[in-house]
Design a protein around this ligand. Structure first.
Ligand SMILES: C[S@@+](CC[C@H](N)C(=O)[O-])C[C@H]1O[C@@H](n2cnc3c(N)ncnc32)[C@H](O)[C@@H]1O
Length: 280
Protein backbone atom coordinates (compact mmCIF):
# COMPACT_ATOMS: atom_id res chain seq x y z
CA UNK A 1 0.00 0.00 0.00
CA UNK A 2 1.36 3.45 -0.86
CA UNK A 3 0.40 6.64 0.87
CA UNK A 4 0.42 9.53 -1.59
CA UNK A 5 1.03 12.96 -0.19
CA UNK A 6 0.30 16.03 -2.32
CA UNK A 7 3.22 18.02 -3.77
CA UNK A 8 4.83 19.98 -0.93
CA UNK A 9 6.42 23.39 -1.45
CA UNK A 10 8.66 25.19 1.04
CA UNK A 11 10.63 28.41 0.72
CA UNK A 12 13.65 26.34 -0.40
CA UNK A 13 11.70 24.58 -3.15
CA UNK A 14 10.11 27.84 -4.26
CA UNK A 15 13.49 29.58 -4.48
CA UNK A 16 14.98 26.70 -6.51
CA UNK A 17 12.07 26.77 -8.93
CA UNK A 18 12.23 30.56 -9.30
CA UNK A 19 15.96 30.21 -10.05
CA UNK A 20 14.97 27.95 -12.94
CA UNK A 21 16.04 24.61 -11.43
CA UNK A 22 14.07 21.70 -12.88
CA UNK A 23 15.12 18.96 -10.41
CA UNK A 24 13.55 19.89 -7.08
CA UNK A 25 12.13 18.18 -4.00
CA UNK A 26 8.36 18.28 -3.60
CA UNK A 27 8.42 15.87 -0.63
CA UNK A 28 10.44 17.81 1.97
CA UNK A 29 13.84 16.59 0.85
CA UNK A 30 13.14 12.87 0.66
CA UNK A 31 13.51 12.69 -3.14
CA UNK A 32 13.92 14.82 -6.25
CA UNK A 33 11.34 15.32 -9.01
CA UNK A 34 11.73 16.79 -12.50
CA UNK A 35 9.30 19.65 -12.98
CA UNK A 36 8.29 21.42 -16.19
CA UNK A 37 8.01 25.17 -16.53
CA UNK A 38 5.83 27.00 -19.04
CA UNK A 39 5.39 30.77 -19.38
CA UNK A 40 2.86 31.02 -16.55
CA UNK A 41 2.97 27.72 -14.65
CA UNK A 42 5.31 25.28 -12.98
CA UNK A 43 4.02 21.73 -13.50
CA UNK A 44 4.78 19.63 -10.41
CA UNK A 45 3.38 16.35 -11.79
CA UNK A 46 0.75 15.22 -14.31
CA UNK A 47 -2.09 16.95 -12.44
CA UNK A 48 -0.77 19.68 -10.15
CA UNK A 49 0.81 23.00 -11.03
CA UNK A 50 1.63 26.26 -9.28
CA UNK A 51 1.97 29.83 -10.54
CA UNK A 52 4.93 32.18 -10.13
CA UNK A 53 3.14 34.61 -7.82
CA UNK A 54 2.39 31.83 -5.31
CA UNK A 55 6.01 30.67 -5.48
CA UNK A 56 7.23 34.20 -4.79
CA UNK A 57 5.04 34.40 -1.68
CA UNK A 58 6.16 30.98 -0.40
CA UNK A 59 9.81 31.91 -1.01
CA UNK A 60 9.40 34.64 1.67
CA UNK A 61 8.02 32.27 4.33
CA UNK A 62 10.85 30.35 6.01
CA UNK A 63 8.68 28.68 8.68
CA UNK A 64 5.64 27.22 6.92
CA UNK A 65 5.00 24.31 4.60
CA UNK A 66 2.55 24.47 1.70
CA UNK A 67 0.86 21.84 -0.41
CA UNK A 68 -0.89 21.93 -3.76
CA UNK A 69 -4.23 20.24 -4.36
CA UNK A 70 -6.33 20.71 -7.51
CA UNK A 71 -3.90 23.51 -8.44
CA UNK A 72 -4.76 25.47 -5.27
CA UNK A 73 -2.04 26.26 -2.76
CA UNK A 74 -2.74 25.68 0.96
CA UNK A 75 -0.66 26.08 4.08
CA UNK A 76 -0.22 22.72 5.87
CA UNK A 77 -2.14 23.93 8.92
CA UNK A 78 -5.58 23.47 10.49
CA UNK A 79 -7.24 26.05 12.71
CA UNK A 80 -10.09 25.66 15.21
CA UNK A 81 -10.04 25.49 18.97
CA UNK A 82 -6.28 24.98 18.58
CA UNK A 83 -3.94 25.75 15.70
CA UNK A 84 -2.10 22.76 14.23
CA UNK A 85 0.70 23.39 11.80
CA UNK A 86 3.38 21.42 10.00
CA UNK A 87 6.48 23.56 10.48
CA UNK A 88 9.74 23.64 8.56
CA UNK A 89 13.01 22.67 10.24
CA UNK A 90 16.43 21.87 8.73
CA UNK A 91 15.42 18.19 8.93
CA UNK A 92 12.06 16.41 9.17
CA UNK A 93 9.21 18.84 9.80
CA UNK A 94 7.79 19.30 13.26
CA UNK A 95 4.20 19.70 14.43
CA UNK A 96 3.27 22.96 16.11
CA UNK A 97 0.21 23.11 18.35
CA UNK A 98 -0.68 26.74 19.15
CA UNK A 99 2.89 27.66 18.23
CA UNK A 100 4.50 25.07 20.55
CA UNK A 101 6.82 22.63 18.80
CA UNK A 102 6.13 18.96 19.49
CA UNK A 103 9.71 17.89 18.68
CA UNK A 104 13.04 19.22 19.81
CA UNK A 105 14.69 21.31 17.09
CA UNK A 106 17.34 23.23 19.06
CA UNK A 107 20.77 21.64 18.38
CA UNK A 108 19.02 18.61 16.85
CA UNK A 109 16.41 17.64 14.26
CA UNK A 110 13.13 15.80 14.88
CA UNK A 111 14.44 12.64 13.19
CA UNK A 112 17.71 12.64 15.16
CA UNK A 113 15.84 13.31 18.40
CA UNK A 114 13.52 10.39 17.63
CA UNK A 115 16.43 8.01 16.97
CA UNK A 116 18.06 9.12 20.22
CA UNK A 117 14.86 8.47 22.22
CA UNK A 118 14.48 4.94 20.86
CA UNK A 119 18.16 4.27 21.43
CA UNK A 120 17.94 5.49 25.04
CA UNK A 121 15.10 3.01 25.51
CA UNK A 122 17.16 0.18 23.98
CA UNK A 123 14.20 -0.94 21.85
CA UNK A 124 14.90 -3.59 19.20
CA UNK A 125 11.97 -6.04 19.41
CA UNK A 126 8.68 -6.69 21.22
CA UNK A 127 5.24 -5.10 21.52
CA UNK A 128 5.29 -1.34 21.80
CA UNK A 129 2.78 1.17 23.12
CA UNK A 130 3.29 4.71 21.80
CA UNK A 131 0.99 6.86 23.93
CA UNK A 132 1.20 10.09 21.89
CA UNK A 133 1.42 9.58 18.13
CA UNK A 134 1.92 13.14 16.85
CA UNK A 135 3.60 12.83 13.44
CA UNK A 136 4.31 9.17 14.19
CA UNK A 137 8.09 9.50 14.19
CA UNK A 138 8.53 7.47 17.40
CA UNK A 139 6.06 4.81 16.21
CA UNK A 140 7.82 4.45 12.85
CA UNK A 141 11.29 4.39 14.44
CA UNK A 142 10.17 1.71 16.91
CA UNK A 143 8.86 -0.34 14.00
CA UNK A 144 12.10 0.14 12.07
CA UNK A 145 14.09 -0.94 15.10
CA UNK A 146 12.37 -4.34 15.04
CA UNK A 147 9.18 -3.99 17.10
CA UNK A 148 6.75 -6.87 16.58
CA UNK A 149 4.00 -4.25 16.44
CA UNK A 150 3.32 -0.74 17.63
CA UNK A 151 0.03 0.58 19.02
CA UNK A 152 0.02 4.36 18.69
CA UNK A 153 -2.63 6.67 20.18
CA UNK A 154 -3.50 10.23 19.15
CA UNK A 155 -6.11 12.39 20.81
CA UNK A 156 -6.58 14.95 18.10
CA UNK A 157 -7.92 13.94 14.64
CA UNK A 158 -6.50 17.17 13.16
CA UNK A 159 -3.01 15.94 14.04
CA UNK A 160 -3.66 12.79 12.01
CA UNK A 161 -4.79 14.96 9.08
CA UNK A 162 -1.55 16.94 9.34
CA UNK A 163 0.48 13.70 9.51
CA UNK A 164 -1.28 12.50 6.34
CA UNK A 165 0.16 15.51 4.50
CA UNK A 166 3.69 14.87 5.76
CA UNK A 167 5.93 12.75 3.52
CA UNK A 168 8.11 12.00 6.57
CA UNK A 169 5.09 10.33 8.25
CA UNK A 170 4.30 8.10 5.25
CA UNK A 171 5.30 4.84 6.95
CA UNK A 172 2.86 5.52 9.77
CA UNK A 173 0.11 4.84 7.25
CA UNK A 174 1.77 2.16 5.12
CA UNK A 175 3.32 -0.22 7.70
CA UNK A 176 0.88 -2.98 8.57
CA UNK A 177 2.18 -3.46 12.09
CA UNK A 178 1.56 0.08 13.29
CA UNK A 179 -1.98 0.24 14.72
CA UNK A 180 -3.36 3.76 15.06
CA UNK A 181 -6.05 4.59 17.63
CA UNK A 182 -7.83 7.89 18.19
CA UNK A 183 -8.63 8.86 21.77
CA UNK A 184 -7.24 10.07 25.08
CA UNK A 185 -4.45 7.69 26.12
CA UNK A 186 -5.57 8.11 29.71
CA UNK A 187 -8.72 6.11 28.88
CA UNK A 188 -7.55 4.09 25.86
CA UNK A 189 -4.90 2.23 27.93
CA UNK A 190 -7.74 0.82 30.08
CA UNK A 191 -8.76 -1.28 27.07
CA UNK A 192 -5.44 -3.17 26.87
CA UNK A 193 -4.75 -6.44 28.70
CA UNK A 194 -2.39 -6.47 31.69
CA UNK A 195 1.32 -7.35 31.24
CA UNK A 196 1.00 -6.90 27.48
CA UNK A 197 3.66 -4.51 26.19
CA UNK A 198 7.44 -4.88 26.26
CA UNK A 199 8.06 -1.15 25.77
CA UNK A 200 6.18 2.09 26.26
CA UNK A 201 7.12 5.32 24.54
CA UNK A 202 5.46 8.13 26.45
CA UNK A 203 6.08 11.37 24.58
CA UNK A 204 3.35 13.73 25.80
CA UNK A 205 2.91 17.45 25.20
CA UNK A 206 4.39 19.59 27.97
CA UNK A 207 2.99 19.25 31.48
CA UNK A 208 1.08 22.54 31.31
CA UNK A 209 -1.12 21.26 28.44
CA UNK A 210 -1.54 17.56 29.37
CA UNK A 211 -1.05 17.32 33.15
CA UNK A 212 -3.11 14.12 33.47
CA UNK A 213 -0.51 12.27 31.36
CA UNK A 214 2.06 13.05 34.09
CA UNK A 215 -0.09 11.94 37.03
CA UNK A 216 0.02 8.99 39.41
CA UNK A 217 -3.19 7.48 38.08
CA UNK A 218 -1.85 7.40 34.53
CA UNK A 219 1.54 5.99 35.58
CA UNK A 220 -0.30 3.22 37.47
CA UNK A 221 -2.27 2.46 34.30
CA UNK A 222 0.93 2.30 32.23
CA UNK A 223 2.51 -0.04 34.81
CA UNK A 224 -0.49 -2.37 34.52
CA UNK A 225 -0.17 -2.84 30.74
CA UNK A 226 3.64 -3.18 30.75
CA UNK A 227 5.21 -6.60 31.27
CA UNK A 228 7.39 -7.08 34.37
CA UNK A 229 10.87 -5.76 33.49
CA UNK A 230 9.31 -3.90 30.52
CA UNK A 231 10.95 -0.57 29.74
CA UNK A 232 9.53 2.91 29.27
CA UNK A 233 10.86 6.14 27.79
CA UNK A 234 9.08 9.22 29.14
CA UNK A 235 9.75 12.69 27.70
CA UNK A 236 9.82 15.04 30.68
CA UNK A 237 11.45 18.26 29.49
CA UNK A 238 14.31 19.91 31.32
CA UNK A 239 14.71 18.98 35.00
CA UNK A 240 14.97 22.62 35.97
CA UNK A 241 11.79 23.70 34.17
CA UNK A 242 9.33 24.88 36.69
CA UNK A 243 5.59 25.16 36.43
CA UNK A 244 3.90 26.99 39.28
CA UNK A 245 7.16 26.61 41.23
CA UNK A 246 6.86 22.82 41.28
CA UNK A 247 9.90 20.81 40.19
CA UNK A 248 8.18 18.68 37.55
CA UNK A 249 11.07 16.27 37.09
CA UNK A 250 11.29 15.38 40.80
CA UNK A 251 7.54 14.75 40.98
CA UNK A 252 7.66 12.53 37.90
CA UNK A 253 10.44 10.41 39.37
CA UNK A 254 8.59 9.99 42.68
CA UNK A 255 5.32 9.02 40.98
CA UNK A 256 7.05 6.56 38.63
CA UNK A 257 8.68 4.91 41.65
CA UNK A 258 5.29 4.66 43.39
CA UNK A 259 3.88 2.99 40.25
CA UNK A 260 6.61 0.34 40.54
CA UNK A 261 9.24 1.66 38.13
CA UNK A 262 12.92 1.32 39.05
CA UNK A 263 16.24 2.21 37.43
CA UNK A 264 14.82 5.69 36.65
CA UNK A 265 17.48 7.54 34.69
CA UNK A 266 17.35 11.02 33.21
CA UNK A 267 18.91 11.43 29.73
CA UNK A 268 19.86 15.03 29.09
CA UNK A 269 20.31 14.49 25.32
CA UNK A 270 16.62 13.56 24.87
CA UNK A 271 15.21 15.41 27.90
CA UNK A 272 13.45 12.35 29.21
CA UNK A 273 13.72 9.43 31.59
CA UNK A 274 14.00 5.72 30.96
CA UNK A 275 12.80 3.27 33.59
CA UNK A 276 12.10 -0.43 34.10
CA UNK A 277 9.02 -1.99 35.68
CA UNK A 278 9.87 -3.93 38.84
CA UNK A 279 13.32 -5.07 39.80
CA UNK A 280 15.91 -5.15 37.02
C1 LIG B 1 5.08 15.59 21.62
S1 LIG B 1 3.83 15.10 20.49
C2 LIG B 1 4.26 13.43 20.14
C3 LIG B 1 5.32 13.33 19.07
C4 LIG B 1 5.41 11.94 18.52
N1 LIG B 1 5.96 11.01 19.49
C5 LIG B 1 6.17 11.89 17.22
O1 LIG B 1 7.10 11.10 17.11
O2 LIG B 1 5.84 12.66 16.29
C6 LIG B 1 2.43 14.88 21.55
C7 LIG B 1 1.17 14.44 20.82
O3 LIG B 1 0.25 13.94 21.80
C8 LIG B 1 -1.05 14.30 21.42
N2 LIG B 1 -1.88 14.22 22.64
C9 LIG B 1 -2.18 15.20 23.52
N3 LIG B 1 -2.94 14.73 24.53
C10 LIG B 1 -3.11 13.40 24.28
C11 LIG B 1 -3.82 12.38 24.95
N4 LIG B 1 -4.46 12.63 26.09
N5 LIG B 1 -3.82 11.13 24.43
C12 LIG B 1 -3.16 10.89 23.27
N6 LIG B 1 -2.47 11.84 22.58
C13 LIG B 1 -2.45 13.08 23.08
C14 LIG B 1 -0.89 15.69 20.84
O4 LIG B 1 -2.01 16.03 20.02
C15 LIG B 1 0.41 15.54 20.07
O5 LIG B 1 0.16 15.13 18.76
Amino acid sequence: MTQKTPPIITSDTAKSMLEGKTSVSIDLGLSKTMIKQTKTEYHLNEVESIDKESLEKIAQDERSIYFVQKNIVYMAAIGGKHFYKLAKTPGAPTLEIDGIRMHRTKDTTPEKDTEDKIQALGLHSGRVLDTCMGLGYTAVQAHQNGAEYVVSIEYEPNVIRIAQLNPWSRKLFTEENIYKLIGDSFYVVDTFPSDHFDYIIHDPPRHSSAGHLYGQEFYDKLARVLKPRGRMFHYTGEPRSRYRKVNIQKGITERLALAGFTDIQYHHSVMGVTCTLGTV
